[in-house]
Design a protein around this ligand. Structure first.
Ligand SMILES: NC(=O)c1ccc[n+]([C@@H]2O[C@H](COP(=O)([O-])OP(=O)(O)OC[C@H]3O[C@@H](n4cnc5c(N)ncnc54)[C@H](O)[C@@H]3O)[C@@H](O)[C@H]2O)c1
Length: 283
């Protein structure tokens, strides 16, 4: 995207999970491009820092404490944002959490929490804002899935399920908007490993050492900065891409899955046990 692009200038952009990582980077980048921002998170301290950075760039910012899993709150929030700005153009359903644990030892409460935030949070944000995006005449839904919405990994069943679900939901919505001639573009974002707090702040099943998983993620798997991720995402949004892959790892593994079909699982089954932390109990 050229530095002189005016695509986001004056647009009203909603970013959930804006208090850290990719959400913060999106907010700051959008602020620099002249967007008007509605930023939310469950972490007030992280959100305040994002707001500080966005306002320093001259952006108009609305800020809210919002748990994307709380459906009624998300719908009330969408009404309030619409009322304040008189239009909503882009919704980044970005908020998400991580969880590591094999199926045999994962508890339902942890698996359900992942679905509540990572899948239902996206559905809540999409449905709450969709009427306003349509009414704007120039809307865009940007839902964050993952590289793990394109391929599955051991110990990631709950996260995989949520992120595959986001992808299916989002791709279906895109087709509906096109068939019905709605003025709403739809993009699904699939980041590879991005240097954020997601794993460090995540949870794990009993017997899985989340600190060790986070150390592996930080040292080896997270190769792209959040700032670079935001730049790639906004370029994809500006171009209206259906699928936005972030990072070389996402691009390479996407090709592997498309070439091998289910055969990619043999590769992962061979490689994953060599690099993933050993469980201390459980299986
Ligand atoms: N970092 C990666 O490698 C990576 C890879 C693929 C996909 N993603 C996805 O990108 C998105 C952003 O993640 P990130 O890496 O920036 O993580 P992050 O932990 O740095 O930021 C996530 C933010 O979401 C907020 N949040 C958590 N639960 C929430 C809830 N219920 N309601 C509202 N906000 C909530 C957190 O407080 C945090 O500020 C997530 O959907 C994540 O699954 C990240």
């Amino acid at each position: 995207m050229s530095a002189t692009s005016t695509h986001f200038r004056g647009k009203v952009a909603v970013v959930t999970g804006a208090g850290s990582g990719i959400g913060r980077a999106l907010a700051v980048d959008l602020a620099g491009r002249g967007a008007r921002l509605a930023l939310s998170d469950v972490d007030p301290t992280g959100l305040a820092e994002t707001v500080r950075q966005a306002e320093a760039l001259g952006a108009e910012v609305r800020t809210d404490h919002l748990d994307v899993g709380e459906r009624e709150a998300v719908f009330a929030y969408a009404e309030a944002v619409q009322e304040q700005f008189a239009a909503v153009n882009i919704v980044f359903n970005n908020a998400g959490i991580s969880f590591s644990g094999e199926v045999e030892v994962s508890e339902f409460k942890d698996m359900e929490r992942i679905m509540d935030v990572d899948y239902w949070g996206v559905v809540n944000g999409t449905k709450a804002f969709l009427p306003h995006l349509i009414a704007s005449g120039d809307g865009h839904v940007v839902n964050t899935s993952s590289l793990f919405g394109l391929l599955a990994m051991p110990s990631q069943s709950a996260y995989n399920a949520a992120k595959f679900a986001v992808r299916g939901f989002t791709e279906s919505l895109r087709q509906e908007m096109l068939i019905d001639g709605r003025p709403v573009k739809v993009s699904c974002v699939h980041p590879g490993g991005i240097k954020t707090n997601i794993v460090r702040n995540g949870t794990a099943a009993a017997g899985t050492d989340n600190a060790a998983v986070a150390a592996l993620f930080d040292a080896k798997l997270a190769r792209t900065t959040a700032t670079e991720a935001a730049r790639v995402i906004l370029r994809g949004v500006e171009k209206g891409h259906a699928r936005i892959l972030v990072g070389a790892d996402a691009k390479v593994l996407d090709v592997l899955v498309r070439i091998t079909g289910s055969g990619y699982q043999r590769v992962i089954t061979a490689v994953a046990p060599r690099i993933m932390p050993r469980r201390t109990s459980g299986l």
